[in-house]
Design a protein around this ligand. Sequence first.
Ligand code: ACM
Length: 756
Amino acid sequence: MRINLTYTMCLRPYSLAVLFIIAFLPFNGKSQNNFAIIPKLTSLQVQEGVYRFSADAQVQVSPEFKEVAGLLTEHPAIRKVTISHTPGIGKIAIIKATSKDNLRKTAYSVSIRSNGITLKAWGREQALSAVYTLIQLGYLQNDPAQIGAADITDEPRFSYRGLHLDVSRHFMPLTFIRKYIDLMALYKFNTLHWHITDGAGWRLAIKKYPELTQKAAWRTHITWKDWWNNGRQYVDRGSPNASGGFYTQDEARELVTYAARRGINIIPEIEMPGHSEEVIAIYPYLSCTGKPYTQSEFCIGNPETFVFLKNVLDEVLAIFPSPYIHIGGDEADKKHWKDCPKDQALMQREGLNSVEELQSYAIRQMDLYLQSKGRKLIGWDEILEGGLTAGATVMSWRGEEGGIKSANAGHDVIMTPGSHLYFDAYQTDPRTQPEAIGGYLPLEKVYGYDPVPEAIAADKKHHILGAQANIWTEYISTTEHVEYMVFPRALALSEVNWTLPEDKSWPDFQNRLQSHYKLLQDLHVNYYRPSYNVTYSAVYDTGLRKNRVTLSTEQLNSQNIRYTLDGTPPQLTSAPYTGPLLLSKSTRVSARYFQDSIPIGPLLTFDTDIHKAIGKPVIYNSPWDGYAAQKENTMTNGIQGGLTYHDGQWQGFTRPIDLIVDLQEIQSIHTVAMNFMQMIGPGVYMPGKLEVFISEDGKNFKAIGNVPNDIPDQDPKLTFKRSQLNLDTPVQARFIQVKASNPKRGYLFTDEIIIY
Ligand code: ACM
């Protein structure tokens, strides 16, 4: 049982004037005694009085918490910590719980009174959480030396609370990684998954293989994108254009100690068998071809591969005490193994029937090796494909399916699905953001994530250890940009991992978040500022026969959105948005965010349609591919796609589109339109042209016109286009056929066939 959340507010006998001020202060960190902790406290009871810190904190600690107490110097009002083990000495006490405290083993408590503060925990991990609660409270107050009295009891939902960082695609200096760790600790993360090897650079010195950091850590171009698009070569350390870097073993060891002191375990990831072109480039004998720059995968049939990997792991294990070691396992292109005599011979010898089983064989060797050293293997969910090795913990990244399958089979799982936890994705309208790899992951979507899918059997749910966000850095070349992509999304994840679903609340989180912007500013974090964009959803309500339009902003006050329904740009005098709009006819909606009477956000304009094809059946002469959206209902459900083709309204086609709408009776038609999007990074293009045909009997069709594309296929910006055929003279038809050609042979995405 967890303690129920209770917020009780005991007002002090302030004068009426002070009460008035408190009542009307916005909840933005300026009010006194701010308890807007993230992740949300399990139980908070505000009491009467305040405690004042002195710069030299006299702390009484149980001996096992001495080192934990030292971290109190990270509190903004504390300069020095003087420690005593004698009870009664010191106004702050960090003491080991006893059975009298009635405290769960995984919880901690903090009691704040005007004459002192008592932190209690059974273990070091919980004592650390208590200290970080105190530190965070310091940052949340206007005067960090003063803190309101309260009783706090708090414990996490999950034991694994992770953030990942890819330092291969772009090398990140240790000063930054320490800052990253500090911020993680402040928000009660306990695991840093450190992605230190990949094709773009090997980042850890290995004494047996010095070439890994003499050459494989250095490349021809600073940014991953320039390097990727221009030959992907490695160069010697010290050569004029060498870009990259690496960590010495001593540096890595110091980082491990730094993190451990703050309650954070570092899991190193050594990629295999794929994503290893930097290793193959310098040790080509480890590939199938024996030649550099030919493949990314180790040759599994070559025993030298395992000699190399085990030697590397020996040095890695000596640096990282982590119980878990990550061996990658993702995205190996297995085609070379099919033609390689060594791999084929191994498959024969071991009775392996597929290259997937060959990959599983390699992972199993690593699993056995790590087990023999007392460690556990973690791999990406591809390690399921040829059969999961006995000791593996799975990171589910291609959605949740791998995690569900693994947990149901009795394996531990860490959830990191691309849909909700890839922080390399855009956080708002991509047209307003620095280039990212793709995807769309606003803060609210992260906050809404639940790491335990319903499809996991009740007796297997405990196999979900927790959730982690991944920060792949292909398009993130600076530490400032890492901060921009990670914060504040990491705050939402911290609450996903800490707080029970029934205790979570998006409006409450958004309120508390307002105080954390100040904290992030004080700590010089280049966080993503809540956008002034207005976003929308438009959903046709078949019962009401109306469009329900919702406008949203990441600003706290959505009433600062002004909108019009007549096609004119919103003015200060236009209607403020107070809730969903119900529109009974096709309407052009325009909206914009205002602050202090000035329009400060970009203008949003979109069309909502109530058209003749809504609810009518669609015949697919060419099928969708991969992106099913709402299957046969997608094209006539009256719901437009949003900013991402992952939103369940955009349907994806790799062949030319060829669809027929049956209006179920002959009608007069004057307009046929379809929306398309272009995002050339992931290969999404506009069609060459949209052609429209009509028929009365569904057999004999007649062309009535076409709409050629006018968007250049080189434009890297996300672009939306409504291709619309307007007829001067209406025609009579029951069946309307639309064809959209696919000259780039990429993906075509469309969301609706609009007919008037
Ligand atoms: C991954 O994103 N390739 C694990």
